[in-house]
Write a protein that binds this ligand. Sequence first.
Ligand code: NAD
Length: 326
Amino acid sequence: MRILVTGGAGYVGSVVTQQCVQAGHQVTVFDNLVQGHREAVTAGAELVVGDTGDGALVREVLSSRGIEAVCHLAAYTIVSQSMREPGLYYNQNLVRSLSLLDAMVETGVNRIVFSSTAAVFGEPVRIPIDETHPLDPINPYGEAKLMFERVLARYAQIHGARYAMFRYFNACGASSELGEDHNPETHIIPLIFRAAVGQTGPFQIFGDDYTTPDGTAVRDYVHVIDLARAHLIALERLDTLGNQAFNLGSGEGISVRELIDATARIIGRDVPHVIRTRREGDPKVLRAASDRARQVLGWEPVHSTIEEIIGSAWAWFERHPHGYRS
Ligand SMILES: NC(=O)c1ccc[n+]([C@@H]2O[C@H](COP(=O)([O-])OP(=O)(O)OC[C@H]3O[C@@H](n4cnc5c(N)ncnc54)[C@H](O)[C@@H]3O)[C@@H](O)[C@H]2O)c1
């Protein structure tokens, strides 16, 4: 299949691209490189540097490459930034995604796998979170993603498209070549590593007074290789999946303290840390129920043990202590 991966030079998109290429698909990565890295684009995939908001360029790429399906991962992803600059997030994650969708309609490309997020649920009213949990985002990041989910469902109804929407919980881990490198970095595992090797000050734990067993927030960590595999399964079966959203998580809840302790044990270093007050909008517990993905896609999170997540991320970090070169 000929696939366009928007955001394919970014963290999750690079692994999606790698798996699609390894499965024999022809992949064009479309990324404006605001966060992405040339070095993260797997050999065998083409890179087009461009913005999803550039309708003319997207149309040209979709038609000239004969694209049959789009994996749409391009987005701005920092929740706290979305609270300071909401317009940026509605523009980047809703308006530009809409522009991509219009370009797909105009060029007759009608298959899409969309990267949504657990942030569409907001503060959980029950745990674990399945797809029927109320949708009530508490920040512009989650809200723009939810708005695009709704636009996509409506476009599919009117234009006859096939889609799958994946609401990831915390993506983490690395493949042997591809890892996590954002600027600024806001994700917990790279931040723990940086503190452990002295690249930064102590790791900051935001809140140790939640009503959780050790007082710190609990999250669901899912390996990026598992996430990417779900995309591959969906892409290959989009015509029969029945247009729906899937929650993708390991189903295990791990607290910040447990993650720090496991990291210290696995990498054999202390992790200096300090306690800060809670951040506004940080739920106490987020944990996925991924039964629908298991039943409909036959998906299993087989790499999402804490050992494999931290071990793979650490192996990549040791080879790339300052991230990608390009
Ligand atoms: N990483 C996570 O834990 C997580 C969790 C839930 C959902 N998601 C979603 O998964 C997707 C990928 O996340 P990630 O962590 O890999 O982020 P990332 O920042 O590493 O990757 C996003 C990529 O999109 C590119 N991009 C951004 N805006 C663009 C635009 N307008 N046009 C073209 N390229 C653009 C960036 O340069 C970057 O390479 C995002 O949609 C994110 O919302 C991620």
